[in-house]
Design a protein around this ligand. Structure first.
Ligand SMILES: *[C@@H]1O[C@H](CO)[C@@H](O)[C@H](O)[C@H]1NC(C)=O
Ligand SMILES: *[C@@H]1O[C@H](CO)[C@@H](O)[C@H](O)[C@H]1NC(C)=O
Ligand SMILES: *[C@@H]1O[C@H](CO)[C@@H](O)[C@H](O)[C@H]1NC(C)=O
Ligand SMILES: *[C@@H]1O[C@H](CO)[C@@H](O)[C@H](O)[C@H]1NC(C)=O
Ligand SMILES: *[C@@H]1O[C@H](CO)[C@@H](O)[C@H](O)[C@H]1NC(C)=O
Length: 370
């Protein structure tokens, strides 16, 4: 049979026709025929080459995996500009295919029109490296709870390998793969227990793939651990007298950071001259009427916190006993030394008198101890 290019459209699956061709190949003088397999990145350009043996000028037909004729002795037969014939010599026919997609995969046939047993099949494989993976979080992480992170690589071929890394160590994940046509979507899920100290901690998901060589596509992720606020008033140093200015700053943590800080005075209203800007309360020209307990409060969805500061405003002329720790320590030290000295003196006195009494009363060789 002399198959015309159109009559070669075979309905059989590609694998079957390939196997048939291989068998045919084995049955005939095939030792010189070499399949030149090609692997190319998606979007790249494939070179499909066809070696001719003893070419006698007959028509060379090149067909795609669906056995549609691409070139009929150098003339384009299929309207697909991505295919170009770049070389036609008695030994070698070469075509290129640009912007390769996974649907171009398969065996490309090269045969003599006069004799369909003289053919070659070049298998084109398309490799799809993964994009940088994405990280999905199931639900928000709250301190004391767990967080579930899923790293997702939507498209790769062959499947990408995903690794979760924290502090340069791998965290084993639960991997699942799903085929989408010729490409595979891969996911890796980990669960972590989180405390507030983990807020902002870095984890990353690395996708590796043969087409990337040793390189990796890395997605960095920072843990977002929600927690109730903490509040601390930073007190002003020293004592405050009438006429001084007061500045109290409320140091707040929390995730999310509470947006508002409430300043109040317990059992009283805030002084008229109080100015609040963000976490800071300022009162200028203090008077004793400003005495009181000031409260700083903050809250978020996870809880609330408060700290207080007792303000005592002194008379400008008042002599203040300094309640600093140093004098107490010095006085304590002197007292301790005094007590120690007295005890020593007592012990020595008692010892001396006992020794003297003994020597008068008994006159025994105890004296030889001298
Ligand atoms: C080319 O690929 C086909 C199909 O994957 C395979 O059967 C064949 O052995 C390959 N040939 C070479 C030379 O690698
Ligand atoms: C096929 O093309 C080759 C190379 O251009 C040429 O040498 C040969 O004569 C052509 N064969 C036919 C039958 O046109
Ligand atoms: C490459 O092919 C894809 C579809 O396979 C198409 O969307 C894209 O526009 C093409 N790119 C070029 C440069 O032709
Ligand atoms: C506020 O007033 C209540 C009731 O009069 C009293 O029991 C409480 O001790 C007061 N608190 C302060 C900080 O003065
Ligand atoms: C404010 O506190 C100071 C210091 O304890 C005290 O001497 C003064 O009497 C207080 N004034 C008022 C109005 O409570």
């Amino acid at each position: 049979m002399r198959p015309g290019p159109r009559s070669l459209l075979l309905p059989t699956p590609l694998s079957l026709s390939l196997r048939a061709l291989v068998l045919l190949c084995l049955a005939t003088r095939c030792q010189a025929v070499q399949a030149e397999n090609v692997t190319v990145l998606e979007g790249g350009t494939a070179q499909i080459s066809c070696r001719l043996q003893n070419y006698d000028g007959s028509i060379v037909v090149i067909q795609n995996p669906r056995r549609q004729t691409l070139f009929f002795n150098g003339t384009r037969a299929l309207k697909d500009d991505r295919f170009q014939m770049v070389l036609f010599t008695p030994r070698l026919v070469r075509i290129t295919l640009t912007n390769v997609s996974v649907s171009d995969e398969g065996g490309y046939f090269c045969q003599l029109y006069t004799d369909d047993t003289h053919h070659q099949v070049a298998t084109l494989s398309v490799s799809v490296p993964p994009d940088t993976p994405t990280v999905e979080v199931k639900q928000e992480a709250v301190e004391g709870g767990e967080v579930e992170l899923t790293c997702l690589s939507l498209r790769s071929k062959p499947p990408a390998t995903l690794r979760w890394i924290r502090d340069r160590r791998e965290i084993p994940g639960v991997v699942s793969q799903q085929e989408n046509g010729k490409t595979v979507s891969v996911s890796s899920t980990i669960r972590l227990s989180v405390e507030r100290k983990d807020n902002g901690a870095a984890v990353s998901c690395e996708a590796s793939h043969p087409a990337l060589g040793g390189q990796k596509r890395v997605r960095h992720y920072r843990l977002d651990v929600h927690f109730a606020p903490t509040v601390r008033i930073i007190p002003p140093p020293g004592i405050l007298r009438e006429g001084d200015s007061l500045s109290l700053t409320c140091s707040i943590t929390g995730n999310p950071l509470p947006r508002d800080v409430q300043w109040t005075r317990i059992n009283d209203t805030l002084p008229e001259r109080a100015e609040i800007s963000g976490p800071t309360l300022q009162v200028s020209r203090l008077s004793q009427s400003h005495n009181g307990t000031y409260l700083c409060q903050a809250q978020n969805n996870y809880g609330r916190a408060a700290d207080h500061y007792a303000l005592l405003v002194y008379d400008p002329g008042a002599v203040i006993e300094t309640h600093s720790a140093v004098p107490y320590a010095v006085i304590g030290g002197i007292l301790a030394l005094l007590v120690f000295t007295i005890i020593c003196v007592l012990i020595i006195t008692i010892w001396c008198s006992v020794r003297q009494k003994g020597s008068y009363r008994t006159q025994e060789p105890i004296l030889n101890w001298y």
